[in-house]
Design a binder for this molecule. Structure first.
Ligand code: SAM
Length: 261
C-alpha cells in the first residue's frame, strides 16, 4: 500500500489534526494486532527491564501520545516518570487519565502488561503505581533545537520513546539530530530505550494519513552511535505483507537499548 506524499499530514498538523480517540481505536486498542507489532514491543520491553539492565531514578518518555504504552513495563524500575508530547490533544488526553476523569482508564493496557509479567498483580494496582510516579506532562518538539522549550530538568537516567522519531523526522539526518538533542539531558551511563518501525512512510489515525520517515536498520544504529550512544540490545520483527496492513506500511518493527558514552 502506498500513499500520495502531498496528502500526508506532518509536523505542525499534529497540533490540530491528531485525534487521540481515533489513534487509540486504530492503533492501540488491540495489543495482539498490527501484525504482532505491539506484542513484539512488549515482549522486548519485558526482556530488557526484567534483566535489570535498565534502571534509574528519573525517566522521560518522548512523544508519549495519548497512551502511556511505552512506560508501563518500565515503571517498577524507576522512581519518577515524565511524559511529553508535541500534540496538545495528546497531553490533555494523558492528563485526563492521570486525574481520573473517567474518559479513559487504559484497563486493557495494564491488564496486558500484568498478565505478561505473570506476577498476579491487579491492573488497578499497576495503574496507581504509575500515576503515583508521574512528575508531569510536558510539551516536546524534536524538530526544535531546544526540544523541551524553556523547561529545564535534572538529568534523566532513562529516556524512552515509542514510534515518535519516525513521526517527527523529515529526513534521515533528523534521527541523529534528535538523539543528540536528547543526549544533552543525560549523563554518561544514561539509558535510551527506543522502539519504532523501519521502512515506513505513513500511518493512519482514523481517516487521516500521517507521514512517517522511513529508516533502515544501518542508518538507525549509525544515528545513535554518532550521537554518542553504545547499542546494548537490538531486535527487529518483520511486519505483515503490506497489502494486509491497513494501518501503515512498515517493513519491520525494532526495539533498541543504548547507553550514553
Ligand atoms: C505514532 S504516535 C506514537 C505515540 C505513542 N508513543 C505510541 O507508542 O503509541 C507519534 C507521536 O509523535 C508525536 N510527535 C509528532 N511530531 C513530533 C515532534 N516534532 N516532536 C515530538 N513528538 C512529535 C505525536 O504527537 C505522536 O504522539
Amino acid at each position: 500500500m502506498s500513499a500520495d506524499k502531498s496528502q500526508l499530514k506532518q509536523n505542525e498538523d499534529y497540533l490540530t489534526d491528531f485525534t487521540p480517540e481515533d489513534y487509540l481505536k486504530t492503533t492501540s486498542s488491540n495489543f495482539e494486532d498490527e501484525g504482532g507489532l505491539r506484542k513484539f514491543f512488549f515482549a522486548c520491553y519485558n526482556e530488557i527491564y526484567k534483566s535489570g539492565a535498565v534502571k534509574g531514578r528519573r525517566l522521560m518518555d518522548v512523544g508519549t501520545g495519548p497512551i502511556p504504552i511505552s512506560v508501563v513495563t518500565a515503571e517498577p524500575y524507576v522512581q519518577e516518570i515524565f511524559f511529553s508530547d508535541y500534540a496538545p490533544s495528546n497531553r490533555d488526553y494523558l492528563y485526563q487519565w492521570l486525574i481520573g476523569s473517567s474518559r479513559q482508564d487504559f484497563k486493557a493496557l495494564f491488564q496486558y502488561v500484568t498478565k505478561l509479567e505473570n506476577k498476579g498483580q491487579h491492573w488497578e494496582e499497576r495503574s496507581s503505581a504509575l500515576k503515583n510516579k508521574v512528575g508531569g506532562i510536558f510539551p516536546v518538539d524534536l524538530l526544535n533545537d531546544k526540544v523541551f522549550g524553556e523547561n529545564l530538568f535534572p538529568h534523566f537516567d532513562v529516556i524512552t520513546s515509542s514510534l515518535t522519531f519516525e513521526s517527527a523526522a523529515n529526513e534521515v539526518a533528523d534521527w541523529e539530530k534528535f538523539a543528540k538533542r536528547l543526549s544533552k539531558f543525560q549523563k554518561p551511563g544514561g539509558h535510551f530505550v527506543i522502539n519504532g518501525v523501519m521502512g515506513c512512510t505513513f500511518y493512519n489515525v482514523g481517516p487521516i494519513k500521517f507521514q512517517a520517515f522511513p529508516i533502515s536498520k544501518d542508518k538507525l544504529q549509525e544515528s545513535f552511535t554518532n550521537a554518542g550512544y553504545t547499542i546494548q540490545y537490538f531486535k527487529d520483527h518483520a511486519g505483515p505483507p503490506k497489502e494486509e496492513n491497513v494501518i501503515s506500511n512498515y517493513e519491520k518493527g525494532f526495539v533498541m537499548h543504548c547507553i550514553r558514552n
